[in-house]
Design a protein around this ligand. Sequence first.
Ligand SMILES: *[C@@H]1O[C@H](CO)[C@@H](O)[C@H](O)[C@H]1NC(C)=O
Length: 236
Amino acid sequence: MAFLHISLALLLTSIGVNAVLFTLENRCDKTIWSGIQASIGQPQLMEGGLELRPQQSRNVTAPKGWSGRFWGRTGCNFNVYGEGTCTTGDCGTGLHCNGASGEPPASLAEFTLDSPLDFYDVSLLDGFNLPISIFPYGGSGICPSIRCDTNLNLYCPPNLQVRGDGGEVVACKSACTAFQTPEYCCTGPYQNPNRCKPSRYTQYFKRACPTSYTYAYDDPATTYTCRETNYLIIFC
Ligand SMILES: *[C@@H]1O[C@H](CO)[C@@H](O)[C@H](O)[C@H]1NC(C)=O
């Protein structure tokens, strides 16, 4: 009888916590296409990509312990087979990224769940293409929201700008992507926290998105004791 109770409790517990709900919401005034890339060994969700019309939100379920990243793609032209390319964040495989990463610059929402707590961040290490924010809900512990809801393309320094066909700034490169130097990429002699410092470029990103990662040794100074939480990811 005791055994039955224990297994019933385990069963109920596992039903409660064996999946995490990500809700992706597009508050931009144009359609975007989310890319989703699971970490090695983790299942790809929604074959790695989905369309979000303006004001549309869609649910994506991840198994417990999932890790990976979400980003937004803009200016995509996909045919009925999902073949085509995007102006920013393109993964090279059409609508479904199926494990492929997005081409920088792209703002990233990154997650490592249940290890044993949930960790998540917004990373601008690969530059910025769309505002992206993370709002955890329904979990326990300290689960700070991460807001990066300013359109940094409007303030992008000229030598970091990526322009679309119409001449408008569609993305902002990181200094590492733009200049490929050890100093900006925190590589070689700069591969330690004492030598790798914020630059005037990373400070543009930091001002717009204070709790995001803007260079390799950045410390957004956020504490998480977050667990068994669902996540709302908002674009724009
Ligand atoms: C996503 O799931 C939540 C919780 O089950 C539900 O309230 C919401 O309506 C769903 N949203 C969409 C777009 O399906």
